[in-house]
Design a protein around this ligand. Structure first.
Ligand code: SF4
Length: 131
């Protein structure tokens, strides 16, 4: 998997796949909450579907099996990359991995989602999907 820049990692063009699942860490920090909100906004725009990372983490077969048939976009708040690690543990390859702090958005314990920061994450993911 080629690393495109510091904020996204992908394997080939995904823009036309129409087959994307967005999985967000939804962690207890601003960037964790931004990850979830960005995934929600991308799903609402029809770029793909929001998928339950918790179900993957719980090793629910009925959730892992369909995920194997789709292209997975991991959205992590910080370099700990909980989403990507959960997918790795489940044996699910990631088509695109985005780390929000790589976009120079500082991690804080505050849970408010800054709309401008979230917009930057959404735009970056769209840019990565088009590349
Ligand atoms: S990736 Fe970072 S922000 Fe997200 S759940 Fe893990 S530690 Fe929290």
């Amino acid at each position: 998997m080629a690393r495109k820049d510091e904020s996204c990692e992908e394997d080939g063009c995904l823009c036309a796949s129409g087959d994307l699942l967005f999985l967000a860490c939804a962690g207890g920090s601003n960037v964790g909450q931004i990850s979830n909100q960005a995934a929600v906004e991308l799903a609402k725009e029809g770029k793909g579907r929001l998928f339950c990372l918790a179900g993957i983490g719980a090793h629910i077969d009925s959730m892992i099996l369909p995920a194997k048939e789709r292209k997975l976009v991991a959205i992590d708040g910080c370099p700990v990359q909980c989403t990507k690690k959960i997918l790795d543990h489940a044996g699910l390859p990631v088509a695109l991995s985005v780390v929000i702090t790589d976009l120079d958005i500082e991690k804080t314990p505050k849970l408010e989602v800054d709309a401008a920061d979230c917009g930057r994450v959404v735009d970056k993911i769209k840019e990565c999907l088009r590349a």
